[in-house]
Design a protein around this ligand. Structure first.
Ligand SMILES: Nc1ncnc2c1ncn2[C@@H]1O[C@H](COP(=O)(O)OP(=O)(O)OP(=O)(O)O)[C@@H](O)[C@H]1O
Length: 300
């Protein structure tokens, strides 16, 4: 089996700009292997929704090629399309229906429809099955949308900002539910979210997008193992710690300096000595995925 046939999503040299405006990105390439949960992360406006719109065939890119389950996205067959469950930013569109009506409506389109998965999630909602979606709160509508996604029992789930309006308890419930479902059934998930703390317990791999390019693509456990945040005290000015091959996004508040790095401790220490900078208390700090994200993309 070649590498491509293992990849559920394959993106090669994707280039996108809107009209004659600025380039959102060029030469973007990545793969999403079967059975993995991948989070596409990036600051506002880096092109996450754009990428999903291209992958789903709603937008034609200026260059590059995307394949899903081996098929070019411009020539995707209905049978392959039926293997993909998509949650776009926003809510259920048929808001005039009730919880029960929308379940019956959706069930007709999906051969592998799992009614129980939908009602299991709906049971956590404190509303009656006869209530119209239009009269529900923002978070409750998101819960209905997520129930409809899981019930499709698709092989690939594409979720754009699934957490819209959800409270922390429901987000935790959905994440645990999704991870168990995806791992037990070897589903592939491609998702974005701005709530990065949530993703740490869900995703296997992350792509971190900066404006115009991918900064990092790697398994989350490797990122948290190899990328570190350090602090030290120094009287030297922050200009002496310019970003370089060792220091990523250095910053200073009073006399405490912090920086991030992919380099091991000994190398960091000798780099500071080579620069001839006096310091006290060099410490490697515990890091979350959100810290790593800020370390790579900067605080703005
Ligand atoms: N239809 C459009 N016409 C022109 N520019 C657009 C259009 N849609 C998006 N853009 C621009 O493309 C860039 C990427 O937008 P996109 O919605 O993909 O970002 P995002 O990473 O999903 O952002 P967010 O985190 O805010 O959801 C932004 O600068 C946005 O202004």
């Amino acid at each position: 089996m070649n590498q491509d046939s293992e990849s559920v999503i394959s993106v090669k040299n994707l280039t996108q700009r809107y009209g004659t405006g600025r380039v959102i990105y060029s030469d973007l390439s990545f793969e999403v292997p079967k059975g993995r949960i991948l989070g596409l992360l990036g600051k506002n406006g880096t092109g996450k929704t754009t990428t999903i719109n291209i992958l789903m065939g709603y937008l034609r890119p200026q260059g590059g090629e995307c394949r899903i389950f081996g098929e070019k996205i411009t020539e995707i067959t209905p049978a392959t399309r039926a293997r993909i469950a998509l949650l776009i930013e926003g809510h259920v569109q048929y808001a005039f229906m009730t919880i029960a009506q929308i379940e019956r409506f959706y069930s007709k389109f999906y051969p592998k429809w799992n009614r129980d998965a939908y009602y299991e999630l709906m049971a956590k909602l404190h509303v009656s099955p006869g209530q119209k979606i239009s009269s529900m709160s923002c978070g409750q509508r998101s819960q209905v949308a997520l129930g409809l996604i899981l019930a499709q029992n698709a092989d690939l789930l594409v979720l754009d900002d699934f957490s819209l309006g959800l409270d922390p308890g429901y987000r935790r419930l959905f994440i645990d539910y999704l991870r168990e479902f995806a791992k037990a059934e070897e589903k592939t998930v491609f998702m974005t979210s701005h709530i990065i703390q949530d993703l740490e317990r869900l995703i296997d791999d992350c792509i971190i997008l900066d404006y115009g390019k991918i900064l990092t693509q790697m398994p989350v456990d490797e990122l948290l193992r190899d990328f570190s945040r350090y602090t030290l005290e120094t009287d030297a000015s922050v200009d002496r710690f310019e970003a370089d091959s060792v220091f990523v996004n250095p910053g200073k508040i009073k006399n405490e300096l912090e920086f991030y790095t992919f380099r091991p401790f000994d190398e960091v220490k000798s780099h500071i000595s080579e620069l001839g900078i006096g310091y006290r208390g060099l410490e490697r700090r515990e890091m979350s995925l959100e810290d790593a994200f800020i370390g790579l993309t900067g605080k703005y």
